[in-house]
Design a protein around this ligand. Structure first.
Ligand SMILES: Cc1cc2nc3c(=O)[nH]c(=O)nc-3n(C[C@H](O)[C@H](O)[C@H](O)COP(=O)(O)OP(=O)(O)OC[C@H]3O[C@@H](n4cnc5c(N)ncnc54)[C@H](O)[C@@H]3O)c2cc1C
Length: 381
């Protein structure tokens, strides 16, 4: 067994680390206050090839692997989890779904610009009555001649509010019913700007303000018959299959966030003096940081193993859920301990740990809550 990263993997990790540190970190507070990502940052990420790391060069990608992609997500999230999430959705979910299930025409039209970072994609699963129970979707798609007519509303949709978002891939119920009597669910590509598709309100959030999260409304929205993605009646399974990769990404994002908590805590604990000594000399403080370091190492190994399994075409649903569940719960503990170590200063917005504390819950909710991960894990045992 060889735990070392390859030369390419090390190179991508170091490139992402340098970009996050040199370019994103100095702006992160201003971006947080503005609530918007400057497009120059996304353009720079595209120029560095970050949006297409694991896809073949013939589609504009870097010809790399999913380990590299997730190392990149970890490094971005160490400075700003929103950027890790943006990359997770556009590359991990949307580009992957197009690559795995799309026709050659669909790849040429939508995959290449996303992989090149010229466009951004959005993933439409959640509805007001279909959250964890995503199969309860009420959105419908009815075939009318050569067109699908879509009606329904998706909520909490990441990325679609960005000006350079090109498409959303959604699930919708179709008729006729399947043999078991349930309406089948298919996936559809809906380009932004299609008549009948409105990007609705942007949500105000307690965390990840910079991440655009909007409602999407479909009212008699007509798309060509060819915009169905993948096989008839298999759309739901396809959409869920790519979520396995999303769960590895949440594992990597959580490790990035926890690493930021560790970095801030170690520095602060060695500088802050109380009772005539740096607080790091008190075991009540240093043991928290020791636990943080150990758990980060464990969570990092978990997401890297899941990504490695994916790269080797091996089953990885269980390991992806482990990585997400353990990683996100570990990050919450790291953020809580980091804030505690900073005392009253941790509550003040001048220190980034208050942001980490607000953001640490996101990983336990998106792409399948912690409870849903426990269901996935227990069903796989
Ligand atoms: C910042 C953000 C970005 C998002 N981006 C997207 C996106 O781009 N695309 C998209 O489609 N969705 C997105 N979502 C939605 C997200 O995936 C859902 O919020 C999530 O799946 C949970 O669904 P819900 O909010 O409806 O909660 P619910 O499903 O209503 O769950 C409420 C509570 O009940 C628990 N629960 C539910 N069922 C069970 C069960 N069977 N057993 C035990 N406990 C259960 C849950 O774990 C949770 O604790 C985003 C959400 C957020 C917060």
């Amino acid at each position: 067994m060889d735990f070392r990263l390859t030369e390419e993997q090390t190179m991508i990790r170091d490139m992402a680390r340098k970009f996050a540190h040199d370019v994103v970190a100095p702006q992160v507070k201003a971006i947080e206050e503005a609530g918007e990502y400057p497009y120059e940052i996304l353009e720079q990420m595209a120029e560095l090839g970050m949006m297409g790391i694991p896809f073949p060069e013939k589609y504009g990608g870097g010809g790399g692997d999913w380990v590299e992609m997730h190392l990149c997500i970890e490094e971005l999230s160490r400075v700003d989890m929103s950027l890790g999430a943006l990359l997770d959705v556009t590359t991990g979910l949307i580009a992957q779904e197009l690559y795995e299930f799309g026709t050659e025409d669909q790849k040429q039209k939508w995959l290449i610009p996303i992989v090149q970072g010229k466009k951004i994609g959005a993933f439409g699963l959640t509805e007001s009555d279909a959250g964890s129970d995503a199969g309860a979707t009420k959105t419908t798609a009815i075939l009318d001649g050569d067109e699908w007519v879509i009606n329904g509303t998706k909520q909490f949709i990441t990325n679609i509010g960005l000006d350079n978002a090109s498409i959303i891939i959604i699930t919708a119920k179709v008729t006729p019913k399947t043999k078991v009597g349930k309406p089948a669910i298919n996936t559809f590509i809906v380009p932004k700007g299609t008549r009948g598709f409105t990007v609705g309100k942007r949500y105000n959030k307690m965390a990840v303000h910079r991440l655009a999260t909007n409602e999407c409304i479909f009212e008699d929205c007509h798309i060509p018959k060819s915009y169905i993605l993948g096989k008839q009646d298999r759309g739901f399974a396809q959409h869920l299959a790519v979520l396995n990769t999303g769960r590895i990404s949440i594992g990597a994002m959580s490790v990035g966030l926890a690493q930021a908590c560790f970095d801030a805590s170690l520095k602060y604990a060695k500088e802050r003096v109380q009772f005539g000594k740096p607080i790091y000399s008190f075991q009540g403080v240093s043991f928290k940081i020791a636990d943080m370091a150990m758990n980060i190492e464990l969570a990092r190994n978990m997401y890297l193993k899941a990504a490695w399994l994916k790269d080797n075409n091996m089953p990885h649903a269980l390991e992806a859920s482990y990585a997400k569940l353990f990683g996100s719960e570990m990050a919450e503990k790291a953020a809580s301990d980091a804030l505690q170590i900073h005392g009253g200063y941790g509550i003040m917005d001048d220190y980034p740990v208050s942001r980490y504390y607000r953001e640490c819950k996101v990983g336990q909710i998106v792409e399948g809550t912690s409870e849903i991960q426990r269901i996935v894990i227990s069903r796989n045992l």
